[in-house]
Design a protein around this ligand. Structure first.
Ligand SMILES: Cc1cc2nc3c(=O)[nH]c(=O)nc-3n(C[C@H](O)[C@H](O)[C@H](O)COP(=O)(O)OP(=O)(O)OC[C@H]3O[C@@H](n4cnc5c(N)ncnc54)[C@H](O)[C@@H]3O)c2cc1C
Length: 453
């Protein structure tokens, strides 16, 4: 093997977290950023349609309370614009199409009241948690030893209330209610203010988009880093001691006094560590699988649904695509419908014939928006489960018992290896904002350690 490249800090993973960490360190430290793929951005990824318009196939929204992300977008000279949120929303429930206004679909009054009470109770419980240590809540064990689905069974008086709440859970977590620890769901909601905020469009987490695309934020950060970013460098091994790290990637060795691992847990646990990972850390990462999601976007000549007074937002508990949004970019003539296939549906459709998947998605769009939805001028979907260096999204989940037995390991450095990535955030865990917050915490740890040595 060739002589090792020496640096102060090695960052692994050029998603927004790794890029932000490198950006903050670059003026004071010799830093290198190793990225497995041939592109930066990780879960931020853009697609260009045949007509030249671009769209995000990964994360795209930013909303109030995500101040780091707004500041970064501004610092990079980019601008945001609000999601189209005008008009009625649609629901297909038990085969029937209905229109409604507001966040909660039009249902029988007792069902509506039940869903409203479930939301209120859920958010009241979430508000009690400290997102930095959810395991310290007096009811942490009780909440962690049940799934969201078990809690919903007790709270929902009707099947319909259960199904509607499950659509909300699917939209936020890209998982089924029986997969997720109640404590994890409460923590996630608390970290993002509330479940209500995470579900909301205007005034909530789905409020704004970036002109161009969110992947452009990653691209511009990478441009500022120049040749510190090494693409096509999948890290295979980290040898570590209290003195530093030696990282092997693409047949080369890189050494540094400190490393920042900015990977989702499923990827971090794939690397070889010498000495081996502390067993509690390995146990935690093995118990943090990602949600499952395929993001689907159909492009039309115009946003034709707006002529019918529709917002483009729809929910369909029984359909392959359970939620949709109007994703048309402000100032562009084309109309974009965005739908998510999540949880069990996503695992069903992952890796299947793309033509069949497209037909299923367009059929769901047509159930909401009529026959015109069957005839897009272009179409794209992104199967994140099939992506080798991500293997699922939006973010890692914890099933029952994980937070209270192992959650305290989440941000603990492993000798000279510090951990970043959105899955280590206490503010907007799972979101870009969390990726930035985690990067800042890891950089502070590295600076303190370097200053002390
Ligand atoms: C479909 C979808 C929709 C989403 N919607 C939103 C949204 O609207 N708003 C929002 O805020 N968030 C959203 N998210 C979540 C958001 O994208 C993530 O929280 C964020 O991108 C995480 O950034 P990260 O840097 O922590 O991780 P990642 O972006 O996953 O970055 C990790 C990087 O590590 C690299 N890597 C992996 N293994 C190795 C290895 N062995 N060696 C070197 N490099 C490696 C990967 O290639 C990747 O570049 C969405 C995500 C998806 C996929």
């Amino acid at each position: 093997m060739a002589t090792a490249h020496r640096h102060d800090v090695i960052i692994i993973g050029a998603g927004l977290s790794g890029l932000h960490a490198a950006d903050r360190l670059k003026s004071t430290r010799d830093v290198v950023l190793l990225e497995a793929r041939d592109r930066v951005g990780g879960r931020a990824l853009a697609h260009t349609f045949a007509n030249g318009d671009t769209v995000d196939l990964g994360g795209q929204w930013v909303g109030p309370g995500q101040e780091r992300l707004y500041a970064l977008i501004e610092q990079l000279g980019m601008k945001t614009w609000p999601l189209w949120d005008t008009g009625d929303r649609l629901i297909v429930n038990r085969g029937k199409l209905g229109r409604y206004t507001g966040t909660i679909p039009k249902l029988a009054p007792h069902v509506l009241l039940n869903v409203h009470l479930m939301m209120t109770r859920f958010d009241a419980m979430a508000a009690e948690l400290d997102p930095a240590s959810p395991w310290t809540h007096p009811k942490a064990t009780e909440w962690d030893h049940q799934t969201v689905g078990q809690w919903m069974e007790k709270q929902a008086f009707t099947r319909q209330a259960f199904e509607i709440f499950a659509v909300g859970i699917g939209a936020v977590f890209t998982a089924e209610p029986h997969e997720i620890s109640l404590l994890h769901a409460l923590f996630y909601a608390r970290a993002g203010t509330s479940l209500d905020n995470l579900l909301a469009t205007s005034g909530g987490a789905q409020q704004d988009r970036v002109h161009g695309d969110m992947a452009g934020v990653a691209q511009r950060l990478a441009e500022g880093l120049g040749d510190r970013v090494k693409l096509n460098h999948p890290v295979e091994q980290i040898e570590w001691s209290e003195d530093g790290v030696t990282v092997t990637a693409a047949g080369q060795q890189f050494t540094a006094r400190r490393a920042i691992l900015a990977l989702p847990p499923t990827q971090a646990v794939r690397l070889r560590y010498d000495p081996v990972l502390p067993s509690r850390r390995a146990a935690l990462w093995q118990r943090m699988p990602p949600g499952a999601c395929i993001k689907c976007i159909a492009q039309y000549e115009t946003p034709f649904w707006r002529e019918d007074g529709l917002a483009g937002q729809a929910v369909g508990p029984d359909l392959e695509v359970r939620v949709t949004f109007d994703n048309s970019e402000a100032g562009k003539s084309a109309g974009l419908l965005l739908g998510f296939i999540e949880g069990d549906h996503a695992r069903h459709w992952s890796g299947r014939d793309p033509g069949e998947r497209k037909a299923a998605v367009l059929a769901a769009f047509a159930r909401f928006f009529g026959e015109k939805a069957l005839h897009p001028i272009d179409y794209v979907d992104q199967d994140w489960i099939a992506e080798d260096y991500t293997r699922g999204c939006y973010a890692a989940l914890m099933g029952p018992g994980v937070w209270t037995s192992l959650g305290m390991e989440l941000r603990r450095p492993i000798g000279p290896i510090h951990v970043a990535g959105t899955e280590t955030a206490t503010h907007y865990y799972g979101y870009f904002e969390g990726a930035l917050q985690a990067a800042e915490r890891a950089v502070d740890e590295v600076e303190a350690a370097l200053a002390a040595s």
